[in-house]
Write a protein that binds this ligand. Structure first.
Ligand code: 13P
Ligand code: ZN
Length: 215
């Protein structure tokens, strides 16, 4: 992978980060984004960076062993990202946000920890699927990587309790789209709570999964 390809990826991360931040999908310096590189290393957003104002040149580049090659110090969730990539060779990018409605669902006492949000819409099933809850850990706890490792092989998205979503995708665009779909469905779920909404049937879910397999 040439340096100009890597720089193009850096630019893409900054553009996507700004788009997410400008639409209020994560606040302050919360959230982080990573992209897998062809050499087995990664680009990751730096710790304490605002996703709305990323300087592409300062985005952290790590080698396959997680050592910093250039850019600023990476996100404190580095181990969370690498644990997810380890289990998902098909994934090329990961997005973690503190998107409000998803975080709200992660704080509810009665969500099903194996599947936090019911299949309300087709696009939720197509982009996210079943969403497990990861027990609460302090941000940056390497134990979060261990907790996610057991789930990430079967799930492209997980919800960190009292924290927020972590979503993998084949490409950065795919990871961003899936994160957006998750946030919108979390919003719908909260809007419909107490109204006994009609979700998709198991047959409808199975048909979507057969026609639009997730990676
Ligand atoms: O969302 C965050 C922690 O979970 C933000 O942390 P970083 O600034 O280290 O990326
Ligand atoms: Zn976070």
């Amino acid at each position: 992978m040439s340096m100009s390809d890597i720089n193009a990826q850096r630019e893409r991360i900054a553009v996507m980060g700004k788009s997410l931040f400008d639409r209020g999908l994560t606040m302050g310096s919360s959230g982080n984004i990573s992209v897998r590189l062809e050499d087995g290393g990664w680009l990751m957003t730096p710790t304490n960076a605002c996703l709305g104002r990323l300087d592409p040149a300062r985005i952290s580049r790590l080698d396959r062993d997680g050592r910093l090659l250039d850019g600023d110090r990476p996100t404190k969730e580095q181990f969370l990202h690498t644990a997810m990539y380890e289990q998902r060779p098909q994934s090329g990018a990961i997005v973690h946000l503190h998107s409000t409605h998803s975080v709200a669902v992660s704080c509810l006492p009665d969500v099903d920890p194996c599947d936090c949000i019911p299949p309300l819409t087709a696009y939720y099933v197509m982009r996210v699927g079943r969403l497990p809850l990861v027990p609460y850990h302090i941000p940056g706890d390497p134990g979060l990587g261990d907790a996610v490792r057991g789930l990430a092989g079967r799930h492209s998205a997980v919800l960190l309790a009292n924290h927020g979503p972590v979503v993998a995708g084949k490409s950065l665009e795919a990871a961003v789209y899936a994160t957006e779909e998750l946030e919108e469905t979390a919003k719908l779920y909260l809007l419909l709570r107490g109204q006994n909404p009609r979700g998709l049937t198991p047959e409808q879910v199975a048909e979507l999964e057969a026609r639009f397999p997730r990676d």
